[in-house]
Design a protein around this ligand. Sequence first.
Ligand code: FE2
Length: 193
Amino acid sequence: MSALLVYGENRPDHLFRSTTDVPLIAHELAACGVGFERWDCRYDLAATAAPEEVLAAYDSDIQRLKRDHGYLSADVVRIQRSSEDSEWPEIARTARTTFLAEHSHSEDEVRFFAAGSGLFALRANGFVRLVYCEKGDMLRIPAGMRHWFDMGTEPSFCAIRLFGTSDGWIASFTGDPIALRFPTYDGVFKKAM
Ligand SMILES: [Fe+2]
């Protein structure tokens, strides 16, 4: 179930409010410039669906975002355990660590979860908003907003990414260890959701 938890950026021990109500999540996030939508997930794509198949299934929403926000391209990123893959623990650890520290980008970060889930943390206006995204959720983080992403210790998701430049984006890490003070994907959501 999609969820939003709001903390003061200096009060990781105090949950100001939380909700699983999708319109409320979208409303709260819109107030700080973040887009949140639930897309129609009538497509039951196989776990092994090719990127082209995933993109085709959600083409109408992808084209709408391109029109509305000027994005130029889209791709698919999939991280999930392969039963034969002996290197999975290292792959999972490396993937999780990559964006676990606070960073920002010079362009929007746009993710649609076609499968699986992940936890975004958005820092703005003195608050940290943890957004648990699952299949069907689209999150659009504006350029420059400080954030981090936790896919958990056992990552499993397939996400569509949209880009405003043809060569993708680069993370600019802030060096602030704030992410270490807030709940993780595993700590809060894996059991509760
Ligand atoms: Fe990011």
